[in-house]
Design a binder for this molecule. Structure first.
Ligand code: MN
Length: 233
């Protein structure tokens, strides 16, 4: 006799560029600081601090083209455009040299942030969840497979709001590159297929408002368009 689910199981997936395949999302990890100009605009204590990681729930993922709600419990909802790495392999304590073997592909993501709640959490020295880990906080493009992107080590990363550019950086400006991030993260958590890593944002983060249209792009990776609903929720 087979068991039945008393509540429906939930699966969160992203399309794969160039096929009908889907990438099932297991966990979403994010890097806290990884571009010097953004560290400076946030007035972080020490520019040479190692990166730190936080997570978002897998069901925070939102697909390209979606309209998302302006979230509850914030008056300062902000965009952070980021390179996303999608993993196909498992590893614990993997070396930097071997880390790229875990990569399935890359995507364009938005680490949407309740900045007011994040700042309060930072001031009170409590966890960042309320600022970072909430419904629809992880919009992400289709995953572009490594076979078509190659290993992404440079390329312009930009975000426009209503057609006006707000953020611009280059992947080559990452303080910790993708292989270093994967290696460091694997010393804290066992990485598994389906994990996504949001690798940090360049300078220019700022507020969005109901009705805004966000267009993100990473040269050689893809594009991501998200609209903030104009409806009260
Ligand atoms: Mn971020």
């Amino acid at each position: 006799m087979s068991n039945r689910f008393v509540v429906p199981p939930s699966l969160h997936a992203l399309p794969v560029v160039g096929s009908t395949d889907l990438f099932a999302v297991r966990r979403i990890y994010c890097v806290g600081r990884n571009y010097l100009d953004h560290v400076r605009e946030m007035k972080e204590a020490d520019e040479r601090d190692p990166p730190f990681f936080f997570q978002k729930p897998a069901d925070a993922v939102v697909q390209d083209g979606a309209t998302i709600a302006y979230p509850m419990d914030t008056e300062d909802f902000q965009h952070e455009i980021e390179l996303v790495v999608a993993l196909k392999g498992s590893a614990r304590r993997i070396s930097v040299e071997a880390a790229n073997s875990l990569i399935f592909g890359y995507a364009v993501g938005l680490d949407m942030t309740r900045r007011d709640r994040q700042r309060e959490a930072r001031e009170r020295r409590i966890a960042w969840e309320i600022g970072k880990s909430f419904d629809q906080s992880a919009p992400c493009s289709a995953i572009n497979p490594l076979s078509s992107t190659g290993h992404v080590q440079s390329g312009a990363i930009t975000l426009s709001v209503n057609g006006i550019e707000r953020q611009r950086g280059d992947i080559s400006d990452l303080i910790w590159d993708v292989a270093e991030i994967i290696s460091k993260l694997s010393h804290q958590y066992e990485l598994k297929p389906g994990d996504l890593i949001f690798t940090g944002t360049p300078a220019g983060v700022g507020a969005v408002h109901p009705g805004d249209r966000l267009d993100g792009s990473i040269n050689g990776v893809g594009r991501l368009t998200i609209t903030i609903s104009s409806q009260e929720t």
